[in-house]
Design a binder for this molecule. Structure first.
Ligand code: MIC
Ligand code: SF4
Length: 643
């Protein structure tokens, strides 16, 4: 039976289990990446596990999220990350060097390798033919120490591309089309494998835009083959020797195939407040725009910036619009400066932002009240921009540039200017001087810990009885941004007791005090949710902080992959309703009891008593044996230390 690409890479990396879709397997991780917002906790956990040095082929620590240094906290974190990287043999990418996914693609991504990153957009690496997966920091720490990464052996879906994109339509529109087809939930355990003649019409950064936003569909990862286009990209990056050809077998098997004709895709937009709320730009044109932000790990490559600059050349930003441009990496920035397009953009009136996540994570450039902001990024969850009532639309760089000129959502095809057909660069400007370290550990380095660096919180072993109160009941598609807001709160990432004050801040600001009161009184806190709980980011703080608040269980109609793993890693039990409608039979404030959990775990069915309503509700808990042991140990940290 012919093997698909995903299977080829996974089989060659199997450490435990078999390649059998639906079962758990452990794979060897060749490369890891962390970013600062999840990285401090990852390295604190690595230290707490007693790991002496990294065992991967390459591990890189990027600083790109918390680069706004208002107060000492972020600067302290950077110093901690720099010193801990030197000590353990991790390459440190200094602030200013760019966004982890863009930089990793440029300088380190290699076809056929596995990459695990403490960021949900790690699958960007699939654009260069990697199996690149996002995970919580604890899982990444274990992989750095040489341990396997456990994941459900995926169901592989082939996306067969034909034709080529029309003028003014780009990779962002392709992935928005995919979101229209697949939606933002129900894709757990799936890998999207791109194939077909349309693949060769897309450059590596364009492929990476597409694999990047697989995260929004909730898939494990997405992957493109490694072909001549990949070879050309690696050559232009001075890394031709790292190219290998990687194609599926001609008779490769897939769980299913979806056909996508590239020439039938139109310019699309994800309207507020979900990346899955996809609409043709034609339906939205005319809406007045207050802000346009171009950048983020989705659309900040050289080619993206060149297109935008070509469209805007000689024009002035519309008086009602604020234009922000964040080049994805120092390499992109350099190329813009050297080619003169940076000057063109400054002429246009653009506000040139740091090469970092910035606006995307809401730590700067928040739009005005009720403002409309067009962004080339990947998430438009309510409030994520830092302005609660702002309306965020996700668009391609072409559509973003069009709105800069007109001040309204505009179909770029109607701009009335010739389409700038930009070819990707054949040589990139290479300067690796902002990467520190040679990958070798140096035990003589003293790790810096400022007052913002706390200890990683630990849970106690799981008890056999949950007796507690429903501390909050939330609805469907709750994102980790709802659970653990980022933006201005991001600087507390290394200080769990402080960050925990903001759990569910934008949904119910009394959640924290309620939980703390219960915790002090010895009552456990339980969260109840609808479907697709924990969408979005990989931030394990969305599990660590609830754990700190005494949350012992989350009962939902369904969970997203990374968040479910993070809950288990923190010793919090994820339970699903056996009958979805039972969600209605439980309210905030209800007292519940679940007993003999240890034995019930084996049976996979657990009965919960709602003592307030005097009814029983059946729940499911489908954990592997390994996950059961982690849970019972009180989390992955305890479990790993005890091995
Ligand atoms: C995001 O886009 O939400 C983030 C910030 O990059 C997160 C990671 C984090 O919360 O630190 C992600 O996508 O995993
Ligand atoms: Fe950074 Fe935004 Fe990408 Fe997350 S999605 S890594 S915040 S640019």
């Amino acid at each position: 039976m012919g093997r698909n690409l995903t299977r080829k890479i996974l089989e060659s990396h199997l450490m435990e289990g078999r390649y059998e879709p639906g079962t758990e397997c452990g794979i060897r991780i060749d490369q890891t990446l962390t970013q600062d917002a999840t990285g401090t906790m990852t390295y604190l956990q690595l230290e707490a596990m007693g790991i002496k040095s990294t065992k991967t082929e390459l591990s890189v620590s990027y600083v790109d999220h918390n680069t706004v240094q208002a107060g000492f906290e972020n600067a302290d974190d950077h110093k901690y990350l720099q010193t801990v990287a030197a000590r353990y043999g991790v390459i440190y990418s200094r602030p200013g060097n760019g966004i982890c996914h863009q930089v990793h693609l440029e300088r380190f991504g290699r076809p056929g390798k596995t990459l695990l990153g403490s960021d949900s957009h790690t699958p960007t690496g699939g654009g260069i033919g990697m199996i690149a997966i996002g995970a919580g920091g604890l899982d990444v720490a274990v992989a750095m120490g040489g341990g396997p990464f456990y994941t459900t052996c995926p169901k592989v879906c082939q996306i067969y591309l034909t034709g080529g994109l029309n003028e003014w339509v780009s990779a962002k529109d392709v992935v928005l089309k995919m979101l229209e087809i697949f939606g933002v939930k129900g894709n757990v355990g799936v890998v999207l494998e791109y194939a077909g003649p349309g693949v060769s019409t897309l450059s590596v950064p364009e492929r990476a835009t597409i694999t990047n936003m697989g995260a929004e569909m909730g898939v494990t990862c997405s992957i493109f083959p490694s072909d001549d286009v990949t070879r050309g990209f690696l050559q232009a990056q001075g890394r031709a020797d790292q190219w290998i050809e990687l194609l599926p077998d001609e008779d490769a098997q897939y769980a299913n195939t979806v056909h996508l004709e590239l020439d039938r895709i139109e310019p699309l937009v994800a309207a507020p407040h979900s990346p899955g709320n996809v609409r043709p730009i034609q339906e939205l044109k005319g809406i007045k725009v207050d802000q346009v932000n171009i950048g983020s790990c989705t659309n900040s490559s050289c080619k993206d910036m060149m297109k935008v600059a070509a469209i805007l050349k000689g024009k002035t930003v519309h008086p009602d619009v604020s234009l922000g441009i964040a080049p994805g990496s120092r390499q992109v920035f350099q190329m813009m400066a050297r080619s003169g397009i940076l000057a063109d953009l400054i002429n246009t009136g653009a506000r040139i932002l740091e090469s970092a996540c910035g606006f995307c994570i809401g730590n700067s450039q928040s739009p005005p009240s009720k403002g409309v902001s067009l962004r080339t990024s990947n998430r438009n969850f309510e409030g994520r921009s830092g302005t609660r009532d702002a309306q965020i639309y996700l668009v391609s760089p072409e559509a973003a540039a069009a709105a800069v000129i007109t001040g309204r959502i505009t179909d770029p095809r109607e701009l009335g200017i010739p389409y700038p057909a930009i070819e990707p660069p054949t040589t990139f400007f290479i300067d690796d001087s902002m990467f520190l370290g040679n990958g070798k550990p140096d035990p003589s380095v003293e790790v810096f810990r400022g007052p913002n660096i706390g200890d990683p919180p630990k849970n106690s072993a799981f008890c056999d009885v949950i007796r507690g109160e429903i501390a909050i009941k939330v609805g469907d598609k709750i994102t980790t941004d709802h659970i653990m807001p980022a933006g201005v709160r991001l600087k507390y990432r290394s200080n769990i007791p402080k960050y925990a004050e903001f759990v569910f801040e934008n949904i119910d600001s009394s959640f924290y005090s309620r939980c703390m009161k219960n915790k002090k009184g010895g009552t456990q806190n339980i969260i109840v949710a609808g479907s697709s709980y924990g969408q979005g980011s990989s931030r394990e703080h969305a599990a660590l902080c609830p754990m700190y608040l005494g949350v012992t269980a989350v009962i939902a109609q369904g969970f997203e992959r990374i968040h479910a793993a993070n809950l288990i890693n923190c010793g919090i039990i994820p339970l699903t309703f056996a009958r979805e409608e039972d969600y209605e039979k439980i309210s905030q404030g209800d007292e519940i009891e679940i007993s003999s959990i240890k034995t019930r775990l084996k049976e996979k069915e657990i009965m919960m008593k709602n003592r307030t309503r005097d009814i029983s509700i059946p729940l499911l808990c489908r954990l592997s044996e390994r996950q059961e042991s982690i849970l019972l140990a009180g989390g992955l940290l305890n479990y790993t230390v005890s091995l």
